[in-house]
Design a protein around this ligand. Structure first.
Ligand code: ATP
Ligand code: MG
Length: 270
């Protein structure tokens, strides 16, 4: 199932812009804030692309546009050559299974009142994966094992798990529908370092096993250095640099990136 890395882009963004109205602006004078400021990039089939930048630089807004949750003000995103940006819900649906997302806080997407078994069965039912209940249970058991979770967790509810275990459950849920593209938005930022490392290992293993392409969003330089094949660095909505991780971070051409790599405070060094 694993697909080799290629230079062919699976996802391309061209001149992507997202502005938000500034609250309080008058009816006659429409002031806007530019959260994503004319960025273009490509993500290659099978790669781990990092998206690095400080809080508020536009990372999640970019992710939201890829996920069909936010319409760009201008510009477009193509997935496997087809325009997916700005599509309404129904038109985006053919891509919704292929393109999955995991968030910083798994509590946001895992209903605390519902058992893990039901939470994991839901996407299978929605997408018609597995002919019978038994087959769906088998798929869930296999994915739980692959994600390092005990089989008996299907009977438990989210509040009974630690943050790291919950993130494993969220990853299992996203991967159960066998996506091709995964957006991971700060998925280890709320976890202790040893648990972060376990989740990163899991992500890298599953990426290789399933031939996934991953957009890994973080403000953490050390994490990017560790896992990203290529990286793009954003600041104030703009894309400062994109390229091989070592080239971008070890010989930075941009002053801000040079500062980041020298800063031990916000962006830790490896
Ligand atoms: N719906 C919205 N309305 C108005 N402004 C918004 C909206 N969504 C995001 N913004 C603003 O756009 C900017 C970029 O936000 P975004 O969430 O993309 O940043 P981020 O890089 O993901 O930050 P963080 O690391 O804190 O998650 C921020 O200044 C944010 O306040
Ligand atoms: Mg964000």
């Amino acid at each position: 199932m694993s697909q080799p890395k290629t230079d062919a882009p699976i996802l391309q963004a061209d001149n992507l812009v997202k502005t938000f109205p500034i609250s309080g602006a008058s009816l006659f004078k429409k002031d806007v804030f530019t959260a994503v400021d004319n960025i273009s990039f490509d993500i290659r089939q099978g790669e781990m692309m990092g998206l690095l930048g400080e809080s508020g630089c536009g990372k999640s807004t970019t992710a939201g546009m890829i996920m069909g949750l936010i319409s760009p003000t201008s510009g477009e995103i193509r997935y496997q050559g087809r325009v997916i940006s700005g599509l309404k819900d129904k038109a985006y649906r053919p891509y919704r299974r292929d393109i999955q997302m995991v968030f910083q806080n798994p509590f946001d997407c895992l209903d605390p009142e519902i058992t893990v078994g039901r939470l994991l069965a839901e996407p299978l039912t929605v997408w018609g994966i597995g002919e019978t209940k038994d087959e769906r249970s088998r798929l869930i058991a296999e994915m739980l094992e692959a994600c390092g979770l005990p089989a008996d967790c299907v009977g438990k509810k989210p509040p009974e798990f630690s943050g790291g275990q919950l993130q494993r459950i969220a990853i299992a849920r996203a991967l159960l529908v066998r996506p091709k593209f995964l957006v991971a938005d700060e998925i280890v930022s709320a976890l202790d370092v040893p648990v972060q490392n376990q989740i990163l290992e899991l992500l890298m293993t599953m990426k290789d096993k399933m031939g996934l392409t991953v957009l890994f969003i973080t403000h953490d330089l050390a994490v990017i250095r560790r896992i990203a094949d290529r990286v793009m660095v954003m600041r104030g909505g703009k894309l400062l640099s994109i390229g091989e991780t070592r080239a971008v971070l070890d010989t930075p051409e941009d002053d801000y990136i040079r500062e980041l790599t020298q800063s031990a405070f916000i962006f830790r060094k490896t």
